[in-house]
Structure formats: C-alpha cells, structure tokens
Design a protein around this ligand. Structure first.
Ligand code: ATP
Ligand code: MG
Length: 276
C-alpha cells in the first residue's frame, strides 16, 4: 500500500542544513495500523509529510498504491491527496464554523448535492459518536470531541489512508484510549490503513500492528510491535521499551528499603507475562 524507498530529505536555510530523513526504507501494508516512534526532531512528521508530498523529497520514491507520489503532476497529486487524510495534535478545526460545517467542508468540492452532503455528514458524525453536536462550535467541545470532529472531517472523502501526527498527545489517558478505540474501529470497519506518529509508548502498545523507531533521521528498528519492544536492539528502542515496561520503577522498588515488607506482606513487585 505505502512503500518508501531510499527517501532522503534535507532542510536547507541560508545558515544551516538539517538532514531530516536519511535513506528511509519502509513498507506499510493495506489495512495495517503502523506506528512511528522516535525522539523529538528525529524526522517523524517529515516522513508523513513526504507520504502525501506536502514536503518534497530530495531522492527516493514514495509509492502509494501504484503511483509514485514524487512523480505526479499537481492535479494528479490533488486527486490522490483526497484519499490520504491527516489528523493533528491541535485538531485544526475552523473555529467560526459549526461541527456540521467543519465536517461538510471537504465535501464542498466533491460535486455532491446539498442532500447528499447532509446525509454524508450525519453518517460521519454518527460514526464518531457526535450526532448530538451538529450545531456546536469547536470552542464548546472537549479535546476528545474536537478530535472526533477532526476524524469525521478526515473521513469525508472516504480515504484509504489516515495519517495521524500526535493526534492524542494533547488528550488525557482516558480520552486517548477512546480515540484509539475509535481509530481501531475505523481501521476494521473501513479497512483504513492508519499511520500513527506518537511519542506515547502506550499508543503503540495498544493499537499498532508494527512499528518503526526513528533516530536522527534514520529508521533504527522496525517490526511487529511486541517483537521490537520485547527484544530491543537499538539504545533508543531500549529507552522506549524501558518506559513501557517501567523497568526503572521496578529497579527502584528492588533497591528500596521496603522491599522485605512488600514481599513479606505478599505484595506484587512485577507481574511477568509469558508470550510464547
Ligand atoms: N521546514 C523546516 N525547515 C527547516 N528545518 C526543519 C523544517 N521542518 C523540520 N525541520 C527539522 O527537521 C528535523 C526533523 O523534524 P520533524 O518535524 O520531522 O521531527 P519530529 O520527529 O516530527 O519531531 P517532534 O516529535 O518534535 O514533532 C528537525 O531537526 C527539525 O528542526
Ligand atoms: Mg513531529
């Protein structure tokens, strides 16, 4: 579905040069939820902006389906981009527009009649669980509800691919969980391919089938999520993995003075799960 072959990208200003992506090779299968994780500045956002060509690559190919995105004309690209949607950390809703108008926005160029647009918008809002907020303005919604509106809007043109750049980073854990459940439901119901950029390990653990770990513009590790994090080979992956399994907390408990008391009272220090 998405194949990134030998992609490099350098940002140049008058005074500096940043190699944001260095010879990236990745393959994301149709219908998969693929995670991209890495420290700040490691090139994650640049990568997804290269997928929809909001950012031009210096070299390499970006295949989406059969098309090489780097070779398309502007009009072909516009058409192709309609099937690749994006959601963001700060939702990017139009604040003077109602929920209905925000979701209807992408459909205004679709050539659909008013009745059909209305039917589509109602269906989309039902899909994300916001049928009762049609007439509300973004300022009247919670963060999670705003992200649901953004997701409904992103689905308006029936995309095959949804790119999510830190979409849950501004949300509390419970709301994050509900948005992830929604993304998972959409992935299954619509066979949507989802690429999720995040710095939240829990997001990757909860819903990503496979993951790529970025460090300084390079993919340092990739594979099935459980495999990558139970057997991390690169120091950056190890850091993420430690934060996931909270090894430092276990270390603290083991070296604390209360360890005898905890054991004596039958307390649990760590629960080991065996995954054959
Ligand atoms: N338009 C730009 N001009 C110049 N440099 C840029 C530009 N966009 C990004 N960069 C640089 O490219 C590198 C990669 O940036 P990118 O935004 O892809 O990182 P990221 O992994 O998404 O980081 P974060 O987790 O903070 O969002 C960084 O060093 C950044 O400063
Ligand atoms: Mg980013």
């Amino acid at each position: 579905m998405i194949k990134i072959e030998g992609v490099s990208k350098t940002y140049r200003t008058k005074t500096s040069e940043v190699k944001a992506l260095k010879d990236i090779n990745l393959e994301i299968a149709k219908g998969e939820i693929f995670g991209v994780i890495g420290q700040s500045g490691s090139g994650k956002s640049t990568l997804i902006r290269c997928i929809n060509q909001l950012e031009k690559v210096d070299s390499g190919r970006v295949l989406v389906g059969d098309s090489d995105m780097t070779k398309l004309s502007e009009s072909e690209l516009r058409k192709k981009r309609r099937k690749i949607s994006m959601i963001f950390q700060h939702f990017n809703l139009l604040k003077n527009f109602t929920v209905y108008q925000n979701v209807a926005m992408p459909l205004s160029y679709s050539g659909k009649g008013r009745k059909e647009v209305e039917k589509n918008v109602r269906n989309l809002l039902e899909l994300v669980g916001l049928s009762d907020k049609l007439k509300s303005y973004p300022s009247q919604l919670s963060g999670g509800q705003k992200q649901r509106v953004a997701i409904a809007r992103a689905l308006a043109n029936e995309p095959n691919i949804l790119l999510s750049d830190e979409a849950t980073s501004a949300l509390d854990p419970e709301t994050t969980h509900s948005i992830l459940a929604l993304l998972q439901e959409l992935n299954r119901k619509l066979n949507l391919t989802v690429v999720i950029i995040t710095h939240q390990m829990s997001v990757v653990k909860d819903i990503c089938d496979r993951v790529a770990v970025f460090s300084a513009g390079e993919v340092v590790e990739q594979g099935p999520t459980l495999e990558v994090f139970t057997n991390p080979a690169h120091p950056v992956t190890r850091q993420f993995s430690d934060s996931l399994f909270q090894l430092d907390r276990i270390q603290d408990i083991l070296s604390s003075a209360q360890i005898r008391d905890i054991v004596a009272s039958g307390g649990i220090i760590a629960r080991l799960l065996f995954n054959p």
